[in-house]
Write a protein that binds this ligand. Sequence first.
Ligand code: GDG
Length: 501
Amino acid sequence: MSALDAPLIVASNRGPVSFDHDDRGELVARRGSGGLVTALVGALQEARGVWVAAAMSDTDRELVAGSEGGRVDMGAFGSTYRVRYLDFPPDTYDGYYNRISNGVLWFAHHYLWDTARSPTFGQEDEQAWADYVTVNRAFAQALAEEGDRFPVPPVYLIQDYQLALVPRLLRELRPTALIAHFSHTAMAGLTYLRILPAKIRDGVLRGMLGADVLGFHSQMWAENFLMSARSLSGVRVDLARSRIATDGREVLVRIHPISVDVGPMREAAASPQARELRRELNRWRENARLILRVDRLELTKNILRGFQAYELFLRRNPSWIGRVKFLALLSPSRMELPEYRSYTEECLAEAERINREIGDRDWLPIEVRVKDDYLGAIAAYGLYDVLFVNPVYDGMNLVAMEGPLLNRRQGVLVLSRNAGAYWRLGRYAIAVNPFDLREMADALAQALEMPQEERARRARGLSRLVLSNPPARWVRAQREDLERVRLRRLGRPGGPAEPPG
Ligand code: GDG
């Protein structure tokens, strides 16, 4: 059966829905937002597939306890796919998720360490790595079992850095399986990855190489992976064709930028609650122009330098004092990690200092709102004059895509060159080096002072580019890659036409 129509099995750390009890005690399923969930759930519905994920909440765990093998049929919630939950002891999950995934791999892929002082690897990391391997192995085992339940071989779409070992572990269990792995994050270059203990570095790279297809959001990350793979023994890398030969197999390295789902976002933006939120924001902004940022409170998002760049902009362009406001909508994230707690404090203190030094009784230059408020973000997208997206490194960055779709003021996008989104949207944005305060300050000035016609041209270009890549295409492209692999294995090269690049 063609990989385009084969049953679909998805694996990710977090599942597509979160279960909860409503006021009457009934179980309800809430679907996650974002292009990834939309694209994959759409494809799973069509294929009546399975999504394998870790149980997160107590309600997830209740479901696991009351179900056969952790399998939840989403039919009861109006969907046609199944979720299989894996339940891990808290200590094991902590080692796998907080310590290795978020504390080591996330830091490595986004160049987050201050290398004069950190990291130092020791005994504790050995245990945490063992936990990471245990969880990845359990995922691989569950995926193999789920695959066996279909009458024909499925295709596997494995998501992200938390499950980097799954392709290899699944390959060991099912040598002919069709496996794609997608990295939503940035991918660091080889010299930086060499910070990692060899066991972790090689484990991750060889783990990923168990797949047939490795997907990335941008060329920067794909190239970094190819160069790192070249350092492994027994691996041959064809840079020009973006292919890797290993273990008698071929691995394709592909670029498939994800997108956002415009329909539900526009619906949410048109809701009475969003309208009310916009009215409130308009009252708050008064006649000032609005610079907006929307981020998880996350080290990679470069919030601190963002405030400092804005301060520099105000100091160098005093005519803007009192005429512009910077709204930072920040949703709390990973507060289990000390680095995130102290970063949050630093960001808040810096905003306060700037307000104290530059603001006065009638005008404060920065407003920071720290809360989980997706609708608030959707509402604010409508109103910005400048959307400031300056991550130090970012796999893609969905905010850079969502803003232009919902904005009503022909707002300008200021975008870091180190965001995957730059690879797609860069020509219509003002590009910045996220470490260079001066360049970011100048970009803010340029954005605020840009002539109307130029703003309109860029805003049109951005929304056209985003709309031209619906989320379903992202899944389809990965299936097409797997179909090429399947045909090649059968000795029948060809299949879906290969896209350029
Ligand atoms: C990874 C990669 C890659 C905003 N406020 C709230 C909220 N949002 C939504 C936004 C947007 C999403 O969260 C954040 O998008 P990012 O792209 O910044 O995502 P990351 O979390 O860093 O995720 C990233 C992405 O995967 C997809 O492949 O683009 O590079 O790092 O949709 O509108 N969501 C909730 N509460 C809020 O207050 N729940």
